[in-house]
Design a protein. Structure first.
Length: 248
């Protein structure tokens, strides 16, 4: 561990103390989980680009909570402002403590990726660039099986938390953020990506031709309602109409 890493001043703020977000870099958000157990999230540590890479759990098992160490010389004023805007935005909505906790953990996860695997972003362009690599990283984890995999719901939540943070940090409109980072679509629990082959394309094209022939024959011969035959149908009427219309 670097000799420059030290403890820092901490200010514990409850999810109801919106007006007290003065020094985000020292802030630890305190609340209660759905089961009534209290929680603490040291979100202020993301304001330091050089810090101990930990999950916020205690380093000393005799104590319930000890935050990770930071290099105080790497405090980013830009990040302080980003975090101030974000905390005020989510806390003034009156969200459930459990929801706030989820947002903050997702945000820490994003910045841990940026600072330990990315390029320590300090500008909008940096954030957008890191987000793209973050997205790729999460997509890869969503395709894995086993302990390192993540669900599509987790993927959706993490990406949208990071995207919303960037939007709030720079006071961007919906159109502005859409032009920088397209919104990730939640495909559902059972969705799977499907690769299309050349054979798939040929079948699709043939289906289009078949349906066009059906419509053309019916319209030319004033047949209403227009009969539609499946592309693989062996209906002799369909075969006759195709013969008369010829091939395209």
């Amino acid at each position: 561990m670097s000799n420059s890493f030290n403890d820092r001043q901490l200010i514990e703020i409850s999810t109801k103390q919106i007006e007290d977000i003065v020094d985000p870099q020292y802030t630890v958000i305190v609340g209660s989980r759905a089961d009534g157990v209290s929680f603490k999230v040291d979100i202020g540590r993301v304001c330091y680009t050089n810090r101990e890479n930990d999950s916020g759990h205690s380093r000393d098992k005799t104590k319930s909570y000890i935050t990770g160490l930071v290099d105080e010389s790497t405090l980013s004023i830009e990040r302080v402002e980003w975090l101030r805007r974000y905390l005020r935005e989510i806390l003034q909505k009156g969200l459930r403590d459990e929801t706030v906790r989820g947002y903050l953990h997702n945000l820490r996860y994003f910045f841990d990726f940026c600072d330990f695997e990315g390029s320590k972003p300090l500008t909008l362009d940096d954030l957008a660039s890191n987000y793209k690599y973050y997205q790729i990283n999460l997509y890869q984890k969503a395709r894995l099986s086993g302990a390192k995999s993540i669900s599509t719901t987790t993927l959706y939540d993490k990406l949208n938390t990071a995207r919303d943070f960037i939007k709030i940090a720079y006071n961007l409109s919906d159109i502005d953020i859409l032009s920088i980072i397209p919104k990730h679509r939640h495909m559902g629990h059972n969705s799977k990506e499907r690769d299309s082959s050349l054979e798939d394309f040929k079948n699709f094209l043939q289906t289009c031709i078949t349906y066009f022939n059906e419509f053309s024959y019916a319209i030319l011969n004033k047949i209403y309602p227009i009969p539609i035959t499946l592309a693989k149908s062996s209906d002799p009427c369909c075969q006759i109409r195709r013969t008369k219309l010829g091939r395209f």
